[in-house]
Design a protein around this ligand. Structure first.
Ligand code: FE2
Length: 288
């Protein structure tokens, strides 16, 4: 199973698409039924969908699965009493079938076994490859983490004083839960080819009038290079690279393992965080 895409709803679809394509660097992956699809250079049909709606929302965080994986998660979720959507076919790039479910705080996850494989594109020195993680605010991150592990089949990678990181493949985290007083989207991270690509991305955003609100820096858990921005449509977005790949022998860290010296909150310490965590993107309740 692999993190694939984030399904967004915004009041001004066209301007969000313009930013994600012309400034952020994603590529057009077509349009269907009023929803615009954007992709990176990896072998995924798309990584962000943008639909027009009256308010900003996340409709789902989508995972690419095999058919048996979809069925296994559905069975465990039903046994756990989770809110489940019906099994259905999807009219979107990649097609396929699957279902959505709601986590304990209304975070919606969708599991899709695609019909069509997508070819990888030639990597480019400043273009996002894929979405590599999504961070979600949580009132009870331990309960959300238990759901991700016991029901979705994720593994716990690390816990810090305010975040839990879980993975569904070798990438250190696909989802992280940030302790909060709400359950909103925190940010979406796009993987770049290397540090140079992250820096080129920062330069391109600077040319377009966007400063980082945190970064460049290098995180503790995941050891990834990061640069965070607020997109004009309100979502916090991250360029990242060198995300740690881990195997089954990886020992999950605890808050005691992830302590920074005073006045530090990353490995480099060259950039202070200037923006509160989170966005105004809530999850749209699942239609069952
Ligand atoms: Fe991140």
């Amino acid at each position: 199973m692999r993190l694939r895409s984030v399904e967004l709803e915004v009041p001004d679809r066209d301007s969000a698409v313009r930013f994600l394509r012309d400034t952020w660097g994603l590529l057009d992956a077509g349009e269907r039924n009023g929803t615009a699809y954007l992709r990176g250079t990896e072998d995924l049909s798309y990584v962000v969908s943008v639909a027009q709606a009256s308010a900003s929302a996340v409709a789902a965080v989508t995972f690419s699965c095999s058919k048996p994986e979809v069925l296994k998660i559905r069975k465990r979720a039903a046994a756990a009493g989770a809110q489940l959507g019906p099994m259905r076919d999807f009219d979107e790039p990649g097609g396929g079938s699957g279902f959505s479910l709601e986590g304990p705080e209304g975070h919606v996850f969708r599991f899709v076994a695609e019909k069509k494989r997508t070819k990888k594109l030639r990597p480019e020195s400043d273009r996002p490859m894929q979405v590599t993680h999504v961070v979600l605010n949580a009132r009870d991150r331990e309960a959300c983490t238990r759901f991700a592990v016991d029901v979705l089949g994720f593994r716990l990678s690390d816990r810090t004083g305010f975040m839990n990181f879980v993975r569904c493949d070798r990438v250190h985290h696909a989802i992280a839960y940030a302790q909060s007083d709400n359950s909103l989207l925190n940010h979406i991270a796009f993987e770049m080819a290397d540090i140079d690509a992250v820096m080129r991305g920062i330069g391109r955003l600077k040319d377009a009038g966007f400063e980082t609100f945190w970064g460049p820096g290098r995180h503790g858990p995941g050891n990834n290079v990061f640069a965070y921005f607020v997109a004009p449509f309100g979502a916090a977005v991250e360029y990242t690279s060198e995300v740690q790949r881990v195997g089954s022998s990886y020992k999950a860290g605890t808050p005691a393992d992830w302590k920074w010296p005073p006045n530090r909150n990353d490995h480099w310490g060259i950039s202070a965080r200037k923006h509160p965590a989170g966005t105004d993107f809530r999850f749209r309740p699942l239609v069952t």
